[in-house]
Design a protein around this ligand. Structure first.
Ligand code: G3P
Ligand code: CA
Length: 304
């Protein structure tokens, strides 16, 4: 279990009553919104990245073992146009690129071919048991989460660095079967910090559910609601009022805009943002968030 979980569990128990009250009052104070879930969807950030190296197949497998269907990832383009799953613009932090390619500073993803990136160790930095883990291509990643029957919150990273990345991403998703009716209706969300990128995805595939990362001013939310179905903010930047303002709007598919807050890794903050009425929580430690906010085991009521 994630470091600090024991403390977090005690905090969760102590806060449970307060959290429930917060949830009730938030629901009552959100006129015009639908009844919201008391148990936000839990999304494993970069996979279960508290326990396995982020954005690797090991991290999505760990999320699967822990029982989490939704995983988040970050997608960028190599020099030869292959989509790979990695968070940073550079390879240094999460791979051994400096050792393998000592003369290739600053080790930017965009300067390496897919074949070169495939040689890198993306696991040893996290722990010796993960030595040999690779930076997956998006195709490899989709096949693995497909096999695990998981769902994907895909982030298009640094879209300004990669002209055409939206079309390239949609092409791979389509070729891998991720744009069929089943996936598009509820197993895939594409998000980005770049509003222009989110708009492009919506224009190119209007059926795909999209998300805008960040916390736009409440006054600007209606213009974003024309092309995004989710507003996904840093949890530190929101309040119950902000979540209610998002919920008061409908997105391009005629459904209430949703909020998925990131990156919440402890019980206290999970309960706090659940109290704000968020629809989802993006977390490195999904088990911690589920323990704090989830329904009891065996409760199989359908999600509203
Ligand atoms: O999914 C939300 C979150 O991943 C955005 O921030 O920097 O972790 O990609 P970052
Ligand atoms: Ca991300």
């Amino acid at each position: 279990m994630y470091a600090g979980t024991a403390t977090a569990s005690v905090a969760a128990a102590a806060l449970l009553g307060a959290g429930t009250l917060l949830m009730s009052s938030t629901t009552a104070a959100a006129p015009g919104t639908e009844a919201r879930t008391a148990d936000p969807l839990v999304i494993a950030h970069r996979g279960a990245s508290a326990y396995a190296p982020e954005n690797t197949l090991a991290a999505v497998d760990k999320a699967d073992v822990l029982g989490f269907e939704w995983v988040e990832n970050d997608v960028q383009l190599t020099r030869d146009g292959v989509l790979v799953v990695i968070h940073d613009t550079g390879l240094k932090r999460t791979t051994d690129a400096e050792e393998v390619f000592p003369d290739r500073a600053p080790w930017a993803v965009k300067d390496f071919t897919a074949a070169e990136i495939a040689r890198l160790d993306a696991g040893s930095w996290f722990g010796p048991q993960y030595a040999g883990a690779r930076v997956p291509t998006l195709r490899q990643y989709l096949r693995r989460i497909g096999r695990n029957q998981q769902n994907l919150l895909l982030e298009i990273k640094n879209p300004d660095t990669y002209p055409g990345i939206e079309r390239a991403t949609l092409r791979v998703l389509r070729q891998e079967g991720w744009l069929d009716r089943d996936h598009v209706r509820g197993r895939l969300v594409i998000q980005s910090f770049g509003a222009g990128s989110v708009r492009k995805v919506h224009e190119q595939r209007p059926d795909v559910i999209t998300g805008l990362l960040g916390t736009p001013a409440a006054a600007d939310l209606p213009s974003y609601a024309e092309f995004t179905d989710r507003i996904n903010p840093a949890y530190t930047s929101i309040s119950g009022e902000y979540v209610a303002a998002v919920h008061a709007l409908k997105g391009p598919h005629g459904k209430r805009l949703q909020v998925n807050a990131w990156t919440v890794n402890d019980a206290e903050h999970a309960l706090r943002v659940a109290g704000y009425g968020v629809d989802g929580i993006i977390t490195n430690a999904p088990d911690v968030v589920r323990e704090a906010t989830g329904r009891p085991a065996g409760d199989t009521r359908a999600r509203p």
